[in-house]
Design a protein around this ligand. Sequence first.
Ligand SMILES: [Zn+2]
Length: 320
Amino acid sequence: MRSVWVALLGIALSGCDTAVQTSQVPSRPPLARTATVGLFADAQYCDCAPEADRHYRASLWKLGAAADAFDRERVDFSVHLGDLIERDAESFAPALGALAGLDSALVHVLGNHDFDVAGDDRESVPERLGMEARYHERSKGLWRFVFMDGTDLSTFATAPGSTRRAETDVMRDSISASGGEVHLWNGGVGREQLAWLRATLDDALARGQRVVILSHFPLYPFTTHNLWNADAVLAVLDDYSNIVAHVSGHDHGGRATTRGGVYHIGIEGVVETRGQNAYAVAYFGVHALELRGVGRAASVVLPYRNGETSARRRRPGTAR
Ligand SMILES: [Zn+2]
């Protein structure tokens, strides 16, 4: 096992796009940490009978077990990567109740299923999740964690007649006009949020912080579950050399891939299978990020592209 992990530590980001080999949890201690974060996704809880491999009620014990593990690891905070519920606003209270014992902060990003509630309840979804803003960020020392809202432009989280619905319709028309397929279970990021992303990345750069971006919808590689305008977000990421990873949920399958020096990590969905959990603890070390998965979630060590050097802009003068 040791040789496997030495090999994984030796993976260098060469700028080409490649899948990253994952492995089972090793027996050695985790890397020396500068930040520790609990990660899980797609609990999709509801008091509903199972459908195919989705065991909605079992998500309650899985969330509780993940919370206990995150506390044991003394994480700085935990992130549920969207779709906490399958449907119905009444599902929020039991799901959040299963996580109430967490010793540290619980952070949410918005997923499409979180809006599968009665029309009158949609406006209050972020508030029910304790979110002060639909997209937000937080720092931990030399780390900047950026939480994006992929439901920003969507058919399920925008009100008819609103400015965001109008921008949604323009984006849908644009995708269709270019021959693309618009999948209504996904969403997009609006102009205002993209500008906020750039401003946040510029600020992180000025502070010498490394960045991790977290959102519900994957950006890369292309699948039918990706953010509508993943290309626009990837174009922003291409302008910065201090971005370590984008972490997502939504497709339940999990992945670790690199593109342009950024790891694209998918966390396996909690709701899949009756008896097996899926969560990971991310240890942000000095030289590498180590993900330790439990149950269906994979484990991997991901070296930073710039070693220990401080953050720098990839293309000078591209901030706007
Ligand atoms: Zn989803």
